[in-house]
Design a protein around this ligand. Structure first.
Ligand code: CS2
Length: 434
């Protein structure tokens, strides 16, 4: 029976939560494509797809057939909300990307500058975004007298569960105050998700055809490594994800901090250093003798900000990350990781800088990546896909970009841009990289 409703049918869901759910057994998924209706139709018609798992010593194919139905949000939120209000549904999971939350990080509430969010606040019965759809579904579910749901964020945001719970409440306060008690009864566990999933290319399809005899257009390529750490709180039953290898823990925060700051912080650094140096892929940056030590320095510096008593192994993690980034079989494009910097850098790098400054530690190892970000923003020939592209590019091109970036409306975590210890480090990195 379908018991999980997932928002965000992108490659990451298909490479991460879907295989965990298949391995857990018994549960089936109904998934919503937030943008592309053809993907929803294709998944529903095929009822399966391939994972192409790229180990350094050769690829392996795996068939995933745990997704039964596909919905397209662009065709209207109503049918999706109705499914959320079906008695057999017990949990909603989300991979809608950082910007998909429409979160105002300064308030924790909805960001009215975001067009989708503004629309959903004005039209809560015909939402176009993730939070509006979730609230419409929960509203119908509450009205039907059905038990509350577990709502599990699987996006790369720190304390993603708590952030989502607060955002849902703040939004409901405006659009559906009557829903607040029901929201209180739902559970919003936090989770740390990890699996490198480059965008599918023609080469992905050629390889899967070679391995399986079928050129499956729904193939998703990924790495062998996979990790999922889930907070131990729920409103009802969940799949036995622990049996499938997930870690269920009382507090996800240390795991999230390690992953966001070490993996994603290094990843964004790689992406911008790579774009500036003319490298297409992560592995090329890792093979560049001038750049690889800078990446390693980001990991090691981020590790100093992690809690010491949480059972983490940051040294082992850095070793493993280096090998994952070097994986010669994975062609992960710098341009893919570079997108949406304004949504990613606050938790990946700025928060680390802030913690270093608070402890009177040197943040300069994090400066080259940010300096490269500014350089990318200044270069009209380099790709920037970011909801704040216009103001960021303008700030980066100003005569004093370091001062102006800290003033961009909607960019979070910018307290550090007032601190001379950070701005001096950044200016030095900019001079070194110019
Ligand atoms: C990447 C992540 O695209 C990006 O910004 O840093 O998607 C990264 O590959 C995953 O978080 C790995 O788990």
């Amino acid at each position: 029976m379908t018991r999980l409703l997932h928002l965000g049918l992108g490659a990451f869901h298909r490479a991460h939560q879907a295989p965990y759910t298949q391995d857990a057994g018994g549960w089936r998924i109904e998934a919503v494509s937030m943008r592309d209706p053809t993907l929803a139709d294709a998944i529903e018609a095929a009822k399966s797809y391939h994972l192409l798992i790229r180990a350094p010593d050769g690829p392996e194919a795996r068939r995933i057939d745990v997704i039964d139905r596909g919905h397209a949000l662009s065709r209207g939120a109503g049918p999706i909300a109705d499914r959320m209000a079906a008695p057999e549904i017990a949990a909603v999971t989300l991979t809608v990307t950082e910007k998909g939350y429409g979160l105002d990080r300064a308030t924790g509430g909805p960001d009215r500058r975001d067009a989708t969010t503004a629309h959903d606040l004005a039209h809560p019965d015909s939402p176009r975004g993730a939070i509006g759809t979730l609230l419409l579904g929960l509203h119908r579910r509450a009205r039907a007298g059905l038990p509350p749901l577990t709502v599990l964020s699987c996006d790369n945001l720190p304390e993603n569960g708590a952030v989502l719970a607060r955002l849902a409440r703040e939004t409901a306060r405006i659009t559906r105050p009557g829903l607040l008690p029901y929201l209180d009864a739902c559970a919003f566990p936090s989770s740390m998700v990890d699996r490198i999933t480059p965008a599918t290319t023609e080469e992905t399809l050629d390889t899967i055809a070679r391995l399986t005899g079928q050129r499956d257009p729904l193939t998703v390529e990924t790495e062998p490594f996979s990790q999922w750490v889930i907070e131990d709180t729920a409103a009802g039953p969940l799949p036995d994800w622990a049996a499938a290898g997930a870690q269920i823990v009382p507090d996800v925060a240390p795991w999230e901090a390690m992953k966001l700051r070490m993996l994603n912080g290094a990843h964004s650094t790689i992406a911008y250093l790579g774009l500036v140096a003319g490298h297409a892929h992560v592995r090329d940056v890792m093979a560049d003798a001038a750049l690889a030590p800078q990446v390693r320095a980001v990991m090691e510096t981020a590790a100093r900000t992690l809690p010491r008593d949480a059972g983490l192994d940051p040294n082992g993690y850095a070793e493993a990350l280096t090998a994952r980034f070097q994986n010669p079989a994975i062609a992960h494009r710098c341009a893919q990781i570079a997108m949406d910097g304004s949504q990613k850098l606050p938790q990946r790098l700025f928060a680390t800088v802030r913690d270093l400054l608070d402890r009177d530690m040197d943040p300069s190892p994090l400066a080259p990546g940010i300096a490269a970000w500014l350089k990318v923003l200044r270069d009209p020939d380099l790709p920037v896909s970011d909801p704040l592209e216009e103001p960021l590019r303008a700030a980066a091109r100003a005569s004093d970009p370091v001062r102006e970036i800290g003033r961009v409306d909607g960019l979070a975590g910018t307290e550090i841009w007032q601190d001379r210890r950070w701005t001096n480090a950044l200016r030095a990195a900019m001079r070194a990289g110019s």
